[in-house]
Design a protein around this ligand. Structure first.
Ligand code: LIP
Length: 259
């Protein structure tokens, strides 16, 4: 199957999802708790996901869906699955921090072959296809090597897994003494895209879900980076949560050597 036309449709859908996100404006956004008081969902998450599923079903009727807010009934009738985070950075969205995105990946036999991450607040659309390169608003992305001491390291706090807080801050304490500084922005997909765009050297988090990283991991890889779990093993792209380390290959190897 020719991936390019499907990726073009994924980009169109992600940008429309961004318009739905922006339609919330600066008004109050009521949120419901999911697994804990850290883990929220809003009617916008559900509306964005419903729109994306409806549109992508037309693009690839035989595909299955793996979505943050619950998969539609339909199972894959072949090798393709759309992996969707309708609003990555939901807490940022609820708090009007203006740092959220829609992430859509297409996997074939469990391997990402196309991905798009759209940040409507900056009108930045990151995209990639397997072997086709990574792009920001159509401009090619390519990582350039840098030293640990010259780079910023992004991290996540895995707030849905509070038993991992200690591990997160133990790693952070070690990393902070070796890099220029660290940042926690609250949207894994955008962290991965910032790495692919060379705005940061690495991103790590102890626990994320496949919809957080499926598209961003392909964008990083197609920009010349690597994406592994924190044990240095390949990432899963099924429904399992995993740790993640992404960025410049040399920096990633040095990071792993510290622990
Ligand atoms: C979030 C991630 C973030 C992580 C949070 C949560 P959500 O995704 O982007 O990096 O720290 O635990 O998983 O839930 O806002 O789509």
């Amino acid at each position: 199957m020719e991936i390019r036309p499907v990726l073009d449709e994924m980009i169109r859908v992600a940008r429309r999802c961004g318009e739905i996100i922006l339609s919330a404006g600066d008004g109050d956004v009521p949120a419901q708790r999911k697994s804990s008081f850290h883990d929220l969902v809003t009617r916008y998450d559900k509306a964005v996901q419903a729109y994306a599923v409806e549109e992508l079903e037309k693009v690839l009727p035989e595909a299955g869906f793996l979505c943050e807010e619950g998969a539609p009934e339909k199972k894959a009738e072949g090798p393709f699955t759309f992996v969707i985070d309708p609003i990555d950075g939901t807490l940022n969205f609820v708090q009007h921090l203006r740092h959220s995105c829609t992430s859509i990946a297409l996997t074939e036999k469990g391997r990402p072959v196309a991905g798009v991450v759209h940040n409507p607040y900056r009108q930045e659309t990151f995209s990639a296809s397997l072997g086709g390169g990574a792009f920001l608003n159509g401009r090619p992305l390519r990582l350039s090597p840098c030293r640990f001491e010259d780079t910023v390291v992004l991290f996540g706090t895995s707030p849905y897994d509070p038993d991992l807080t200690g591990a997160t801050f133990e790693k952070l304490r070690t990393v902070m003494t070796r890099c220029r500084d660290v940042r926690r922005f609250g949207a894994a997909a955008l962290d991965l895209c910032d790495v692919a765009a060379g705005r940061a050297g690495l991103y790590f988090e102890e626990a994320v879900s496949p919809w957080d990283y499926a598209a961003g991991a392909l964008i990083v890889r197609e920009a010349g980076g690597i994406c592994l779990d924190l044990g240095g093993d390949p990432l899963p792209f099924d429904s399992r949560r995993t740790s993640i380390l992404a960025g410049d290959p040399e920096l990633a190897r040095e990071f792993l050597s510290l622990f």
